[in-house]
Design a protein around this ligand. Structure first.
Ligand SMILES: Cc1cc2nc3c(=O)[nH]c(=O)nc-3n(C[C@H](O)[C@H](O)[C@H](O)COP(=O)(O)OP(=O)(O)OC[C@H]3O[C@@H](n4cnc5c(N)ncnc54)[C@H](O)[C@@H]3O)c2cc1C
Length: 480
């Protein structure tokens, strides 16, 4: 017997994917956005068995980036994730606005295609429609991707996600130069050995898979961070503090605030924190943090005051920033994606975007190879020993093909990720520019952005950071 063409969701009494009775095609360490997107990209297209483990108890509970740029909403639509994202509350955002505390509105620009009234779900699901700009709280994005990977109706493969389960060590074959062939993982039930044709480290910036493979991720710190907190949404009719659904930047001499709509009644705030304010935002009293935020922005001037905008401090955190890029993406037949490979300044919203793009590219490169390998070997059963499977794979040259696919993945993604890290770095330098000169440059450049020449420059930036389409495509930007 060989792998069935379509595996579908695992039956309740089936042995766990990755057990000796049911070896996994892929073991993914980390069920964050990158790991969940990879599991989904694999099982949506290929009849593969994918096991995902994560040391947390479930999708996270803090906001770690909530913008799904058109570059990835098109990808997520193609793997069937948009229905779950939309029913979890993902909202399309159509414009970006830049305000200055003293000079008022400097710039307004469309972010993506307008959604016809009353057609939210159906219109966005249309494969031919332009990919939207969506916002949704990070934990909900993780949850929607994990749900679709495990239960998507059109999946060809089967995925199983186990929380409260952490990587103990990678398993290596004794011959074949110690190739990675699975992992030992630990949970409340004790240790479990998971056999897999491919192990993927999607385990974030302090990746244990990366460490155990002996791969490096040299990083450099930034001199600023972001304080992440949510607050109530101001009314749409509050004069100078009126708010309409938009990604919004509030500029001030003390540092900017990124304002992101969260559902119908909340805003997510990303407050730039310079070294001089770090102690306050790391360990100061909440009331003083809110007062410091309120001083920066007329929109948020009543934050935390009686009768003013309520703050929701659950999950609020100061996010320390670094940038770095691993020189190599794979070793010994195991591979990395997402923050395990690269960390970047979030000003341009690229961390989650790059993780999803890595996942899509890896699935494209490795999916057909693993499917061939799975078809070429006997369907694993209790009587199929691990060494018998390895012999089979060696005979069919699967290792060689897998390695070639991993090289192709690295060749495709490395230069693209390097470019995004560079773009994000320069944008963040500009955004974090302080003092009177910084303030003057922000005002002048965002005002310039509203001129016809400025719109052309914006098009280049937009096409590189948000849509990844060549700049010659028709513009979605328009003058103020
Ligand atoms: C505290 C924090 C705040 C952030 N805030 C923002 C933000 O505001 N804006 C923004 O754009 N980006 C932010 N980011 C970055 C953004 O979250 C990532 O770029 C993006 O989510 C990349 O996803 P990933 O799946 O590669 O990694 P992650 O989201 O880090 O997921 C890694 C997963 O691996 C799991 N894991 C780790 N080690 C093990 C192990 N040994 N065994 C099993 N599981 C393991 C973790 O529990 C986690 O679920 C933040 C990151 C962090 C850490």
């Amino acid at each position: 017997m060989t792998h069935a063409a379509v595996l579908g969701p695992a039956a309740k009494d089936a042995p766990p994917i990755g057990s000796a009775a049911c070896p996994a095609d892929v073991l993914i360490v980390g069920a964050g956005v990158g790991g969940a997107a990879l599991a989904l990209a694999l099982v949506s297209r290929f009849a593969l068995r994918v096991r995902v483990i994560d040391r947390r108890s479930g999708p996270g509970n803090i906001n770690r980036g909530d913008s799904l740029l058109p570059a990835v909403t098109g990808v997520l639509r193609s793997v069937g994730a948009l229905p779950a994202l939309l029913s979890a509350g993902a909202r399309p955002v159509h414009k970006m606005q830049v305000f200055h505390a003293r000079h008022g509105k400097l710039l307004e620009a469309p972010l993506g295609p307008a959604t016809p009234a009353g057609a939210l779900g159906t219109h966005l699901l249309d494969e031919d429609a332009a990919a939207p700009y969506l916002v949704l709280a990070h934990p909900e994005i993780e949850r929607a991707l994990v749900e679709t990977a495990q239960h998507g109706r059109h999946n060809r493969g089967a995925a199983q996600v186990t929380y409260l389960c952490r990587l103990s060590r990678l398993l290596r074959t004794s011959e074949d130069r110690g190739r990675v062939c699975g992992a030992v993982v630990a949970s409340e039930q004790g240790e479990e050995v998971i056999h897999a044709r491919l192990v993927v480290g999607a385990d974030g910036a302090s990746s244990s898979v990366r460490t155990q493979l002996g791969l490096s991720l040299p990083t450099q710190p930034y001199d600023h961070g972001y304080y992440i907190i949510e607050c109530a949404r101001p009314s749409a009719t509050a004069g100078s503090a009126a708010y309409e659904d938009a990604m919004r930047i509030e500029l001030s001499r003390e540092g900017g605030i990124l304002v992101v709509p969260q559902g119908r009644d909340r805003l997510g705030l990303g407050v730039l924190v310079r070294a001089c304010d770090e102690a306050l935002f790391r360990a100061g009293p909440l009331s003083q943090k809110l007062a410091a935020i309120a001083r920066r922005s007329p929109l948020l001037s009543s934050l935390g005051q009686p009768g003013g905008l309520a703050a929701f401090p659950k999950g609020a955190h100061l996010y320390a920033l670094h940038r770095g890029h691993a020189p190599h993406y794979h070793r010994d037949g195991a591979v990395l994606i997402g923050d395990a490979l690269h960390v970047t300044n979030p000003t341009a919203g690229q961390g989650m975007t790059m993780a999803i793009e890595d996942a899509a590219a890896l699935a494209r490169c490795i999916g057909p190879v693993l499917t061939r390998a799975a078809r070429g070997s006997a369907i694993p059963s209790a009587s199929t020993s691990e060494s018998a499977m390895r012999d089979e794979e060696r005979r069919t040259g699967a290792h060689h093909d897998i390695d070639r696919a991993l090289c192709e993945y690295e060749r495709e993604r490395w230069p693209k990720n390097a470019a995004q890290i560079r773009w994000s770095h320069w944008l963040s330098r500009f955004y974090a520019w302080d003092g009177a000169i910084g303030e003057g440059m922000h005002t002048a450049i965002f005002r310039f952005g509203a001129t016809p020449l400025g719109q052309r420059v914006q098009r280049v930036i937009w096409s590189s950071l948000a849509t990844r389409t060549p700049v010659a495509t028709p513009s979605v930007w328009s003058p103020l």
